[in-house]
Design a protein around this ligand. Sequence first.
Ligand SMILES: Nc1nc2c(ncn2[C@@H]2O[C@H](COP(=O)(O)OP(=O)(O)OP(=O)(O)O)[C@@H](O)[C@H]2O)c(=O)[nH]1
Ligand SMILES: [Mg+2]
Length: 403
Amino acid sequence: MAEAVALVDTLQNWTVLDKIIIPTKNPDKKLIFGKGNFEALTEKIKKLPHVTAVFLNVERISSVTKKELEDAWGVKVFDRYTVVLHIFRCNARTKEAKLQIALAEIPLLRSNLKTEVSHLDQQRGGSRYIMGSGETFMEIQNRLLREKELKIRSALEKLRRKRSLLRTQRRKREFPIISVMGYTNCGKTTLIKALTGEAEIQPRDQLFATLDITAHAGYLPSRMAVIYVDTIGFLTDLPHNLVESFSATLEEVAYSDLLVHVRDITHPETALQKASVLSVLRNLNLPSHLLESMVEVHNKVDLKESYEPTEENALAISALRGHGLEELKEEIEKKILKATGKKILTITVNLQGPQLSWLYKESAVQEVEVMPDDGTARVKVIISNSAFGRYRNLFPNSKFFVP
Ligand SMILES: Nc1nc2c(ncn2[C@@H]2O[C@H](COP(=O)(O)OP(=O)(O)OP(=O)(O)O)[C@@H](O)[C@H]2O)c(=O)[nH]1
Ligand SMILES: [Mg+2]
């Protein structure tokens, strides 16, 4: 119920006047309430003079049901899908987010069309051809929708290619990619802001504040540069594959080196939220090591007195107050090194030799400490196992140690 209210409150100028919990039957069925409940509900709605809409907190209702309820109550009726879409519409800033919303609306338009046409047909008896075009009204509308959909898809495809290009470039430059994901409003954006120190990032106390996937650079304790990817929040009972913004998030998740799962442990339904996120992830056929290495973060601990995670391996933090971030970075670094098959080493090189320039080319040099007395330098590098093997073949007498 709290979440349903939060969804409505996220929309400007919308307020909840009254709320009620009643059982629903199969939402695919035309009648989703029992007769008695339906009558009680109708009476309740009629008694509220200022009500302008009814929000049924179910995944989706069919357009037939929607029409029937709207006729009975004389107000608009929304389900989770339409409310979330509306939030998206209000929050969309970029071209991509706007296109994604337009695409997510197509199935709604299509099912509305069906209801509309069946009404027309009842009125006029059977389908008719429009002005000798050889197409019925339904066929024309369907064709227009199809054309619209194709246009949106191809525009989105262009943007997606751009994103995949960026991804390839990130890969080439060997920045490990860390996807920060979790339920909506759990603090993903706040955490990325804290980890990267990027001042322009704006977290908001709102469901679906973030609608675009963005990448932000940050540093781990050994000064390894990484990319944090901010993603769209999850929500229970939503057809995630239908909403393209989610698909893009899920695609991005599959390409990362590490997943960080942020949880708002102050939320009354935090356990349910976790289960919901994990169940979407499990259905994605992600490489199993990504799921196994996932870092679970318990956020907003500043609001709880002396909080201790019950889950093993979970890290307690406050993204807002900056608690526990050093431990989190250490943990991320450990897992990134493992995932990418890299190690951090300090290698002693002779400054007269070619070692240093070789290391600059083949590894990520973090620090160079020159020893003026003997013409050597200690070079701290992040290097892949294979590159280090080659280094040792080329320079067999080299000295190195793990810092
Ligand atoms: N008290 C407290 N509030 C936090 C903390 N982290 C985030 N918040 C608040 O939680 C709200 C949501 O934060 P965001 O970072 O926008 O959350 P998000 O997960 O990016 O949300 P969406 O993009 O909407 O899915 C904001 O009001 C934050 O200030 C925390 O550690 N402590
Ligand atoms: Mg966000």
